[in-house]
Design a protein around this ligand. Structure first.
Ligand code: FES
Length: 109
């Protein structure tokens, strides 16, 4: 399947350590710019524990250099680079490739 890139927002409007949510195809995606490493990450916006589209409102944190988002609902932490839940490694959040094109963040799905 060919990867489609969906423009999500201007990189400049993304406040470090704050998420936005966007619809990419039929997926709800949370996009973050981590202050700790300056990278942009895209993960599913849907918390698999609460099954609610909330993760863009989660708080970013750092556990031994692993940048994570903590669900605003139940506080589980998901590592942004691979979506693995740091509190229950049997649970993984979908992650998406991200690129910046002409100042716009695009998410692949
Ligand atoms: S796109 Fe905003 S909650 Fe799903």
């Amino acid at each position: 399947m060919t990867q489609q890139w969906t423009p999500v927002c201007e990189e400049a409007v993304l406040v470090p350590d704050t998420g936005i949510c966007a619809k990419v195809g039929d997926q709800h995606v949370a996009v973050f710019k981590a202050a700790a490493d300056g990278e942009v990450y895209a993960v599913s916006n849907v918390c698999p524990f609460g099954n609610a589209s909330v993760l863009s409102r989660g708080l970013l944190g750092d556990a031994n250099g692993e940048i994570y988002v903590a669900s605003p609902l139940l506080k589980q932490r998901f590592r942004l680079k691979d979506g693995i839940c740091l509190d229950d490694e049997s649970v993984t959040l979908a992650t998406y490739p991200v690129r910046v094109e002409n100042g716009k963040i695009e998410v692949g799905a």
